[in-house]
Design a protein. Structure first.
Length: 79
């Protein structure tokens, strides 16, 4: 478990805010509650997840098996 610096954490939290309310309702609570409990590899996967467009993320959250990236799929399942 690692804890990001406050500035980094704030930037990352801001990136959790998406164009779709559905994603905001999924990502923000998870970030606030669980991000700091993730291991370094899982935190890196979460940050990578945020780089994808909203439509793809929503599809992956609706069907985690459709995500072709194993490390992202594991984080999606935790969320």
């Amino acid at each position: 478990m690692t804890t990001a610096l406050p500035e980094d954490r704030n930037r990352l939290r801001w990136r959790c805010r998406r164009g779709l309310l559905e994603l905001d309702m999924i990502l923000l609570p998870f970030f606030d509650r669980d991000y700091d409990r993730l291991g370094p590899a899982e935190q890196a996967a979460f940050r990578r997840l945020l780089q994808f467009p909203d439509s793809r993320l929503l599809g992956w959250f609706q069907d985690p098996a459709s995500c072709p990236h194993k490390e992202l799929r594991e984080v999606i399942k935790k969320i």
